[in-house]
Design a protein around this ligand. Structure first.
Ligand code: GLN
Ligand code: ZN
Length: 768
């Protein structure tokens, strides 16, 4: 019996980030758009071929994107706000203007807001449907890519973000949820129906609509919405006497609460995530069965981890499904977009460790092997070498536990999670001790990591310069950055984080228990990629990490110098966690390591310490019922463990890269930081209402300009923003800062923007 294999989506940035390089070259004017198109085409061909060679049956197309697949979906549906259309740019020009903002001859517009894609570190652009939007089929991208693959001999399965997920994630021009009137719903469904019919006519065997939003809690009307969309779409599978099969794909959780509805609609395939949401999905299948004409796509190969698949477990899951249906295909649980390309070339990791890893390319092999094993009978399985070799990876322990770490954790008491005195009292003491003006200005930490800085780091790595020479170079960068901040008049300074390649990897490199890759990049947003370190064993601090740099920087200025750390939840969330102990346990180990660093910074004379928890919100479970029990109940205390032992006058800041914490606002307060800065300029400001309504205690700096765009905000714009903030917050509690770190920006836009920021703060202060 042969078992069908399906890949939900494949990484598109390229093994050596070719797509990133060529697009960034285009933005800088170093190459033209034809070069971008050519590279994109080569990458698509290479990725299709790889999957074909691996023996994958359903190979995705239209998973490629220049920037973001949600943006592509908006363009597909002609959801292009007027302000971008008015620029009159060509196709790619419009796309990049929506993605990054545009400032030039054609006009001046900000970018679309950006948000995290479910619980991943991938960011999508939030489509904006305004009153003038006319929904219609507006792009041939998916058809072109399908034809492109077909010409190469690959009959692909085109994939789309489905209409339900699109409508739930899109916003109106006030950044609010859409009002889903019948006209809009029917128009959107109509375009998807048209797309499907066209693929039927083209002779495609399968199409895949991704509906990850189905794994979220349902609000009233959601199920009806889903049904009415697909009632219109499903009949379009037939066209010109041909029929395309439709795979409804879900991931990042379970769909138990709509499984029955989904099942009755009669999709040809239903993709279920059997990693996240395993029990619930299996229980739903068990309870409601599987329609006769439906194949269950068993998402057994994890699209979110880098570890080898446990074949015995996967085969067990497939067996469980087979109790209910003979039609089971083997699939990746989600797109492989969120994992690195290949372990090939990772020579820095010992072979006996590397054998435990599977990146995208290796996962293709796993998929095929699992399908083959799933097609064999029991007797054949018993003697199967691939199965035995896989089982050997999971026998025994991989790495011995560290008894010192275990003891520290066992010895913790409630007092270790409690900072004294209460925050209101601390805030008074700190105001006196730090002597800051109202509306103090600061930045989030990093300053532009120029080509020059990265080149020096590369030289150090290759042994072309000494550590001493490198340190001198970094010191000179810090000196210049401090001088510049003093000149423009910022209140709380930072050293600029020039010594750090990345806010997580840098810490990982100085902690016991981590492993690092050379090339395991994953896309974060647009052309931005991250290279998460790997938690391999128990974590502890090997030696002080940032103390010398911060002390040096403080010695160079009379202003307050903020120390910069990454918090335990973020380090874990932006690393590849172990799977043999819980996330809670790993976070506690990290918290203790960072706590040591906090106390050392304080002892070295650093009075303000920022502990970034940029990724705390990101891993908030998708279902509300899980928020506390599965996450916040340990994540928030872990943060407190990090800073609970500092003096009352030491000011603890934290930073988050999003503003969507209106419904966990009390948990944010419970982290007990003195100050929080967060992203707020690219999204809506409902969080300010929440801050207001909850009597939020933590002082806060809602970002006053968007650093993800190269655009320079005017002083007036920032002043207006500050007044908006002051409508909702007590002036005593407001900080003025950009919305995130500046490392991805250039000096050319950074310094003028900050000058405007300081001038705006001063202007408002003068009128108070
Ligand atoms: N301190 C970090 C920086 O400024 C924070 C980055 C982040 O929030 N992602 O780069
Ligand atoms: Zn940030």
């Amino acid at each position: 019996m042969s078992v069908l294999t399906s890949v939900s989506g494949f990484p598109r940035i390229g093994q050596n980030r070719e797509l990133k390089k060529i697009i960034e070259g285009y933005w800088k004017g170093a190459n033209d758009i034809d070069a971008v198109r050519a590279t994109a085409k080569e990458l698509r061909a290479k990725h299709w071929k790889l999957q074909q060679d691996a023996g994958i049956d359903l190979i995705p197309s239209n998973d490629f994107s220049y920037y973001d697949q949600m943006l592509d979906t908006a363009i597909l549906l002609n959801v292009i706000p007027q302000r971008y259309q008015r620029l009159g740019l060509d196709e790619e020009g419009t796309l990049f203007a929506m993605a990054r903002g545009y400032q030039g001859e054609a006009g001046d517009v900000t970018a679309l807001p950006m948000k995290k894609w479910f619980t991943t570190n991938y960011h999508y652009l939030v489509p904006e449907v305004d009153a003038a939007t006319e929904i219609k089929l507006n792009s041939t991208k998916a058809f072109d890519e399908y034809a492109e693959a077909k010409a190469l001999g690959v009959d692909t399965k085109p994939v789309f973000i489905g209409p339900y997920t699109f409508l739930k994630l899109a916003r109106n021009s006030e950044a609010q949820e859409l009002e889903l009137d019948k006209g809009l719903v029917q128009a959107v469904a109509g375009v998807y129906a048209q797309v499907l019919a066209k693929f039927a006519a083209l002779g495609a065997a399968w199409a895949q609509f991704d509906e990850p939003y189905l794994v979220l809690d349902k609000e009233p009307g959601d199920v009806e919405l889903f049904k009415s969309l697909y009632a219109k779409i499903l009949p379009a599978r037939e066209s010109d006497g041909k029929r395309v099969k439709l795979l409804l794909n879900t991931y990042f959780g379970h769909i138990a609460d709509v499984y029955e509805t989904v099942n009755l609609l009669g999709f040809d395939g239903v993709g279920l995530d059997l990693n996240e949401g395993r029990e619930e999905n299996l229980a739903a299948v068990e309870r409601f069965g599987v329609g006769e004409a439906t194949t269950i796509f068993a998402g057994v190969v994890n699209g979110r981890n880098i570890w080898r698949n446990n074949y015995a477990v996967s085969l067990g899951l497939i067996d469980a499904l087979r109790q209910k249906t003979a039609n089971v295909a083997v699939a990746t649980a989600s797109s492989l977009l969120h994992v690195p390309f290949s372990t090939e070339g990772e020579t820095g990791i010992d072979a006996d460790k590397l054998k435990h890893f599977a990146f995208a390319v290796e996962k293709l092999g796993e998929l095929k092997e699992i399908a083959t094993l799933a097609g064999e009978d029991e007797a054949a399985l018993k003697s199967d070498a691939a199965l035995a070799a896989n089982q050997a990876l999971f026998d025994g322990t991989r790495t011995p536990a560290d008894p010192a770490v275990a003891k520290r954790i066992a010895d913790l008491t409630d007092a270790d999670f409690t900072r004294l005195p209460a925050r209101a009292e601390r805030q008074k003491l700190q105001r006196e001790a730090l002597g800051l003006p109202l509306l103090p200005t600061t930045t989030i930490g990093s300053f532009p990591q120029t080509r020059e800085i990265r080149a020096e780091r590369a030289k150090l790595r290759k042994g072309e310069i000494t550590k001493e020479a490198y340190d001198e170079f970094i010191k000179a960068q810090i000196d210049a950055c401090i001088r510049h901040q003093e000149e423009i008049g910022l209140d709380v300074l930072v050293h600029g984080e020039f010594e750090r390649n990345d806010m997580v990897e840098y810490f990982g490199q100085n902690l016991n228990g981590f492993l690092f890759t050379k090339n395991a990049w994953v896309q974060s947003y647009g052309t931005r990629c991250v290279k998460p370190p790997i938690v391999w064993g128990d974590v502890s601090r090997a030696k002080p990490i940032t103390v010398e740099w911060s002390a040096y920087a403080q010695s160079k200025t009379k202003h307050v110098m903020k120390g910069m750390l990454t918090g335990p939840v973020t380090i874990l969330n932006w690393s590849w966690p172990r799977e043999d102990i819980t996330h809670e346990q790993q976070t506690q180990q990290l918290a203790l390591a960072i706590r040591d660093e906090v106390l050392d910074l304080e002892a070295a004379g650093i009075k303000v310490i920022q502990i970034d928890e940029a990724a705390l919100r990101e891993k908030l479970p998708l279902r509300k019922s899980d928020w506390h029990v599965k996450y916040l109940d340990w994540a928030v205390p872990a943060f407190r463990l990090v800073h609970s032992a500092v003096k009352p006058t030491t000011q603890i800041h934290t930073h988050m890269c999003y503003s969507e914490f209106n419904d966990i606002i009390r948990d944010i307060d419970a982290m007990d930081a003195d100050v929080i800065s967060f992203e707020a300029s690219r999204g809506d400001l409902v969080v300010l209402d929440a801050i207001h309504d909850a009597h939020f205690e933590t002082e806060a700096g809602p970002g006053v300009y968007d650093i993800h765009s190269p655009r320079i905000p005017s002083e007036q714009e920032i002043e207006d923003r500050i007044y908006e903030i002051l409508k909702k917050m007590d002036v005593e509690k407001v900080w003025i800062n950009p919305d995130c770190g500046l490392k991805t920006r250039g000096d050319a836009e950074t310094w003028p923007s900050l000058e405007h920021l300081v001038a705006a703060a001063k202007a408002v202060r003068a009128k108070l």
